[in-house]
Write a protein that binds this ligand. Structure first.
Ligand code: MRU
Length: 380
């Protein structure tokens, strides 16, 4: 069923592009033909529903979040993940928290718990602080409605930003003058990492819609396999040609000329263009530089940290549980999701690394395409 809808969708794109422009722009994030965002509030504005990403690619499951604790748990366990999405989820978390108690004391407590839920992506603290600063000036009895409005606005803004990143990123992809364009991406910076469209995948979706012959190399992204489980799942939903590769294969493919550009997202960018992103990104940037392949980063303004400059990062690089390295999730013979142990040593699991600005070709932001060392201009 899904394959069929995607096929029709692609045929219509290709042959009736102009006629179909509204459909293309508005109804993109389809799962089995139905449009979804990654998070949305109920009509009564009392809870949110998320796509629980811990079940993908095996099951598409929705999950309601009804309390501050449930939102914090969902971020920590990575039921929602990706820098822009955890920011918006945390903003909704503030709204949900206030429904229990709208006092200043509880507002401060909610802010603390949400910001501590994951340390590296700056979008989380940015969104929580944005909502907090507005709420603390608001009288207690109107705080709840304002909090829901602000969270909804952040969600809508994310969608607009990503559409713009898609349009701008397309220009860079179009510069590759080849019959087939091979793009390598790491982790998941697609619509599952945002509210819709994605950051690094947004230009890829846009290019595919414009009829470019795209093929995506998807890094599996150990240990949590966001590439295999999420990016490949997204690309399958849209019928975009792609191939999963091990995290160490990219260097060889670049040497052989099988990669035309690398396009990744970011969790935090310094004002002088250093890029913190999923562990393994730096190695891809090193290989890309050696092979003279463009290395591009796509991220909204909220990923730029005005307090981060040079090598002095004052934030924590998240170090996650060793079990993520020592166990692998999959389906058993009866198609139940199961985990198997693959090692008995201790393991070390840093979740992000930093790519210095001199390895970054361009940063694509909703406000424009920047040389990394000029990215501070975005904040003005
Ligand atoms: O640990 P995750 O899955 O939340 O990490 C996500 C990434 O590193 C993404 O590449 C990054 O957030 C960009 S998301 C648009």
């Amino acid at each position: 069923m899904h394959f069929y809808t995607t096929f029709i969708h692609n045929v219509i794109h290709r042959y009736c592009g102009h006629f179909f422009i509204t459909y293309k722009e508005v109804k993109f994030m389809l799962v089995d033909g139905k449009q979804y965002r990654t998070i949305w509030p109920n009509k009564a504005l009392s809870e949110v529903t998320i796509i629980d990403q811990t079940y993908l690619p095996f099951e598409f499951k929705l999950r309601p979040l009804r309390s501050l604790n449930e939102v914090v748990e969902a971020i920590k366990k990575m039921r929602v993940r990706g820098a822009p999405l955890i920011g918006v989820a945390a903003a909704y978390g503030m709204a949900i928290a206030l429904m229990k108690n709208s006092t200043d004391k509880y507002l401060i407590e909610a802010k603390k718990l949400l910001i501590q839920s994951r340390p590296t992506a700056v979008n989380l603290a940015w969104a929580v602080n944005f909502v907090f600063d507005k709420l603390k000036k608001e009288p207690i009895d109107t705080r709840i409605s304002l909090a829901w409005r602000l969270a909804n606005e952040l969600a809508d803004q994310d969608v607009r930003n990503n559409l713009r990143i898609g349009e701008l990123g397309l220009k860079l992809i179009q510069k590759v003058n080849k019959p087939q364009i091979n793009i390598l991406t790491h982790c998941n910076a697609g619509w599952l990492a945002t509210i819709d469209y994605g950051t690094a995948l947004s230009p890829i979706y846009k290019a595919f819609r414009e009829g470019l012959n795209i093929h995506v190399w998807v890094d599996e992204t150990r240990p949590r396999n966001q590439g295999t489980s999420l990016t490949a799942w997204e690309l399958n939903q849209e019928n975009i040609p792609h191939t999963i590769i091990t995290d160490s294969a990219g260097g060889l493919l670049m040497q052989r000329g099988d990669v035309d550009l690398v396009l990744v997202g970011a969790d935090r960018i310094s004002i002088d263009g250093n890029v913190c992103n999923k562990i393994g990104t730096y190695l891809k940037a090193l290989a890309a530089k050696q092979s003279k392949i463009p290395f591009y980063v796509a991220a909204p303004t909220s990923t730029i940290d005005p307090n981060y400059m040079g090598q002095n990062n004052t934030f924590d690089i998240e170090c996650r549980d060793e079990d993520e390295v020592l166990k692998v999730k999959g389906l058993d013979a009866k198609n139940n999701i199961t985990e198997v142990k693959i090692g008995y040593s201790s393991a070390y699991n840093p979740a992000f690394d930093i790519t210095p600005s001199n390895f970054v070709g361009k940063i694509i932001c909703e406000k424009g395409i920047y040389n990394p060392r000029d990215i501070k201009k975005v904040l003005k």
